[in-house]
Ligand binder design. Structure first.
Ligand SMILES: Cc1cc2nc3c(=O)[nH]c(=O)nc-3n(C[C@H](O)[C@H](O)[C@H](O)COP(=O)(O)OP(=O)(O)OC[C@H]3O[C@@H](n4cnc5c(N)ncnc54)[C@H](O)[C@@H]3O)c2cc1C
Length: 402
């Protein structure tokens, strides 16, 4: 008899959400193994933006279900002290005439058909909501009122606390070194401290899911990308009441939001520096470090910001940091079981947009692990989609809008 109903590898926001959902659904003796500390992986680097704007309908559904939980986070976790740090400021997305316009039009219509509350704003209405931004070239502006941003570390630790209250055990500083197998079936994990047996193992390892290649002979179609995030102090404040923005007209498809009360957090939403591929040349030392942000990068992003936010021409750099995306070939995650490796559930490849999906993803992963019907079909997210030539491609091409 396995000692654990389920083991989760990885204490990021995906792993902790899954662990809590497993316990909620009645799993006994759930164990989370995290080689460092909870939330110290790529979750700690998240910009925290929450939206349902996706061109892939399945992502809209996962984001909508997740938003419902973010909005009522303490009640959902049954913990008065739980907080997502949610700021409900809305999400504004703008496109000039050009190649992104048709994609924005089609995506807004698709979201409406899925029941998402949306508005199409005039340039004047958009300026009223985000007066520091210029909209004179905008051909279409969408506004999603039920959107904003939250704190990924707070969400992860709140999931961890709620999970522990339901009896989940979390071992930090414990690296999984191998999967235990009986034939092809996964029956547990090996660590330096001990072997742990379980009915099912969920890998929520983000970029480190590449270890599954050596452990289980799986192809893991992932590469690591380093993204740069800036916090700018402009002459005019970017207040928390102002919406998150997405500028489809800029070369880097910029996204931004209020930060620290008056600053702008801003980054590019396109593909970035590749640090290596899971199949070969990925270097842990590169992934784990905070890289220097060069003045060239600051100038490159800053020029795009000044184009859209004219007063930010004179903005100062308040801070900067880097973060790593676990990117799949279609910029969408791999979720669910694998036919050749029973007993294993996969969750990797969130491609820079996994935080906003984490509540619903945790739930469907827990359902999948326990052999229950999933709220949202996992078939489109199967690992086999790549070998079968059925990628989950969005209308915006490569990048984290998806
Ligand atoms: C710069 C940046 C900005 C982002 N902005 C947004 C945003 O605005 N909105 C949004 O929705 N998403 C955003 N994301 C993406 C989102 O933050 C991630 O998709 C999400 O946090 C990933 O969570 P995770 O649990 O998969 O990964 P992680 O937090 O990386 O967790 C994986 C954990 O697994 C552990 N682990 C791995 N291997 C082992 C092992 N062998 N044994 C034990 N433990 C192991 C690691 O130590 C790590 O803690 C952003 C990401 C970055 C980098």
């Amino acid at each position: 008899m396995p000692a654990h109903d389920a083991i989760v590898i990885g204490g990021g926001v995906i792993g902790m959400s899954t662990a809590w959902q497993l316990a909620q659904l009645g799993a006994k003796n759930v164990l989370v193994l995290e080689r460092r500390r909870i939330g110290e992986g790529t979750t700690a680097q998240s910009s925290g933006i929450l939206r349902t704007h996706y061109s892939v309908p399945q992502n809209v559904e996962l984001a909508r279900r997740s938003w419902a939980m973010f909005e009522n986070f303490a009640a959902a976790l049954d913990d008065d002290e739980a907080s997502a740090g949610l700021v409900r400021c809305g999400y504004l997305i703008s496109a000039p005439a050009g190649d992104k316009l048709a994609a924005l039009q089609a995506t807004l219509s698709m979201q409406e058909a899925q029941g998402i509350p949306l508005q199409r704003l005039s340039r004047a209405d958009a300026s009223a909501r985000l007066p520091i931004c210029r909209f004179d070239d905008a051909a279409l502006i969408g506004f999603e009122p039920e959107a904003g941003y939250a704190d990924a570390y707070l969400v992860t630790t709140s999931f961890a606390r709620a999970a522990r209250r339901l009896g989940v055990k979390v071992l930090e500083g414990t690296a999984v070194q191998a999967l235990l197998r009986e034939g092809t079936r996964v029956v547990g994990v090996r660590t330096a401290q001990a072997d742990f047996h379980a009915g099912v193992v969920v890998s929520a390892q983000n970029i480190w899911a590449r270890e599954l290649q050596a452990w289980a002979g799986l192809q893991v179609p992932l590469h690591a990308e380093r993204h740069t995030v800036l916090a700018l102090q402009g002459p005019q404040p970017y207040t928390p009441q102002m919406p998150v923005f997405k500028d489809l007209g800029s070369g880097g498809m910029l996204y931004g939001r209020s930060y620290g009360g008056t600053q702008m957090l801003v980054s590019e939403g396109t593909a970035a520096e590749v640090l290596g591929h899971a199949s070969g040349d990925m270097d842990d030392a590169q992934i784990d470090v905070q890289a220097d942000v060069s003045m060239d990068q600051v100038a490159h992003i800053g020029a795009q910001v000044a184009e859209r936010f004219p007063s930010f021409e004179t903005a100062g750099l308040a801070s900067s940091w880097t973060g790593v995306y676990d990117v799949t070939p279609d910029w969408n995650p791999v979720l669910g079981r694998v036919p050749d490796v029973p007993g294993l559930v996969l969750a990797f490849g969130f491609s820079g947009h996994g935080f906003k999906l984490s509540p619903a993803v945790g739930r469907v992963l827990a359902q999948e692990a326990l052999g229950l019907a999933t709220d949202v079909s996992l078939a489109p997210y199967a690992l086999t989609r790549f070998a079968q030539g059925r990628p989950l491609v969005g209308r915006y091409g490569q990048g984290a809008v998806s």
